[in-house]
Design a protein around this ligand. Structure first.
Ligand code: APR
Length: 235
């Protein structure tokens, strides 16, 4: 039984029309990371941060999963219907819902989800598709203490125990569409390297390219379906 761990970053959603963070016209070229992706930024100007995520949330229904998202969902389905003798865990740094909409289920959204809101008064985490402001009351407790359920810089990503366990047990680690500069995700290849085959599928070399057994360069919508097909053919 092969154990596969896949890590994705913003690059897998780029061909769906969502900006990445660090490419030339990326999100961090337009917004200040400190203002919209840190607890301090939220404390200083919560409404500015809410507007940033409201804009991203409004865009989401206008974009669709692409062939790379669907290929990963098909690989997971293949582990369920016996087309491949393997288990698969998908870890994404992305906050969009494209993996979910493509059909991936065994999914860890380690940086949270754009379509969830977190009440810091009653700790409720609620599916959320609308705008949110500093005046929006929590549907559970009524208090105006809502924040995006997104992991900001300096906060602990979600599901880390399960992710680390999967990395320590895997035979194959595939990293897709990530620049490899943000930890802990950038360190995942090191957790897998001494016992697993490690492959990077990326438009250009990432910061961690030299740590991988193999690095294939190109668009995710070409590389990921090809790679999944090669796994299914070699089952
Ligand atoms: N196909 C494959 N890879 C692509 C494509 C594509 N079509 N387009 C871009 N890429 C690659 C880029 O070459 C780059 O290496 O995707 C990577 C995107 O890197 P980043 O923009 O840094 O995004 P990511 O690695 O996901 O950022 C990690 O940083 O800002 C935080 O929390 C945020 O989750 C994010 C984290």
């Amino acid at each position: 039984m092969q154990k596969i761990v896949v890590l994705t970053g913003a690059g897998i959603s780029q061909e769906s029309g969502l900006d990445t963070f660090r490419d030339a016209n990326g999100i961090w070229a337009k917004y200040s990371m400190e203002e919209v992706c840190t607890p301090e930024g939220f404390r200083r100007n919560p409404q500015k941060l809410h507007e940033f995520y409201n804009n991203l949330r409004r865009d989401l229904p206008n974009v669709q999963p692409n062939a790379a998202h669907f290929a990963l969902a098909d690989l997971e389905q293949a582990t369920r219907d016996g087309r491949i003798d393997a288990e698969m865990v998908l870890v994404t740094q992305n906050i969009d819902d494209l993996h979910k909409r493509a059909g991936s289920k065994n999914l860890y959204a380690m940086h949270g989800e754009l379509l969830k809101i977190w009440c810091t008064a009653c700790d409720a985490r609620i599916e959320w598709h609308k705008d949110c402001t500093t005046e929006t009351p929590c549907p559970k407790c009524g208090k105006t203490a809502l924040r995006p359920d997104i992991v900001w810089f300096g906060e602990m990503p979600y599901h880390m125990n399960a992710i680390e366990k999967a990395l320590l047990e895997c035979d194959l680690f595939i990293s897709i569409g990530t620049s490899g500069v943000v930890y802990p995700a950038a360190g995942f290849v090191r957790l897998a390297a001494d016992h697993a085959r490690t492959i990077e599928l990326n438009l250009e070399s990432s910061a961690g390219t030299s740590l991988f057994n193999e690095s294939r360069l190109g668009p995710a919508t070409k590389l990921v379906p090809e790679f999944v097909q090669s796994l299914l053919n070699s089952k």
